[in-house]
Design a protein around this ligand. Structure first.
Ligand SMILES: [Zn+2]
Length: 254
């Protein structure tokens, strides 16, 4: 199946309205290039903001097939991250992505596509490559496309999550860390982790993983840690006070 056929089928299954005004016409789809006997006129499908003409396989055509037209017109496909096979369409928010990407075999069967957006306004669906392997698959992220190796990146993601409990995303992305936080994290451990991060820093995959790190979850954990540290300091201070008092008492005996 073509990418737009997969998405179209999934949309229908999901009950998302895919109605279009189609005309009888013998031509090739302007976008995917397949032979069609029915299609939607270009002007009925794209707005004046549309710029992806470089993707058109049949730029001299007049009509777009119902699958491609539906992908262009369906707003939900631009305003969400999408994963789809022919039966399932998942419209995902940022914090859903770690679950779906690392456990993708639970969610899709056969051919599938993955489209990620950080702008929430660009077209992704008809630019996605069709995947068949859930171990290594292509992610389309607006103007970029890259391979996602689930096992290798899963290991990296675990380390990133641990580091994120001590460092800011910016520090991880740039490699410019605060010394105090390095000490808190543990210098030896930091060296091992940073060695790994260095290998991937600057890649689309690394940027994606840092992007999907869950900041709400992180802030909860960090809050707890800081509260615990404060509590410990309080106890230490109180113990010291007690000790001083005791010594004073002993001194006054003489
Ligand atoms: Zn088409």
């Amino acid at each position: 199946m073509k990418n737009t056929e997969i998405v179209y089928s999934a949309l229908q299954n999901a009950g998302i309205n895919t109605e279009l005004e189609l005309e009888e016409v013998k031509t090739d789809c302007m976008l995917c290039g397949k032979e069609i006997e029915k299609g939607a006129k270009l002007k009925k499908v794209v707005s004046s903001n549309f710029t992806d003409y470089d993707l058109f396989r049949n730029i001299n055509g007049t009509h777009i097939c119902k699958e491609c037209a539906t992908c262009i017109k369906t707003r939900e496909l631009r305003t969400n991250n999408i994963i789809a096979d022919k039966d399932n369409l998942y419209l995902l928010k940022k914090n859903d992505l770690e679950e779906y990407l690392f456990n993708i075999d639970r969610y899709v069967k056969g051919e599938f596509i993955v489209g990620i957006t950080q702008s929430f306004k660009k077209h992704n669906s008809y630019r996605c490559s069709v995947n068949t392997s859930t171990d290594i698959f292509y992610i389309r992220e607006e103007d970029k496309e890259y391979k996602f190796n689930k096992v290798i990146l899963g290991e990296l993601y675990k380390k990133l999550n641990e580091a994120y409990l001590y460092f800011q995303k910016d520090e991880i992305l740039t490699g410019q860390y605060s010394i105090t936080r390095i000490q808190e994290f543990g210098i030896k451990k930091f060296q091992v982790y940073e060695q790994e991060f260095k290998k991937y820093r600057g890649t689309h995959q690394f940027n994606l993983l840092v992007y999907i790190l869950n900041s709400a979850r992180r802030n909860e954990i960090v809050k707890e840690r800081i509260a615990k540290q404060k509590e410990e300091q309080k106890h230490k201070k109180m113990a010291e006070k007690e000790k001083k008092k005791e010594m004073k008492g002993q001194l006054s005996l003489f």
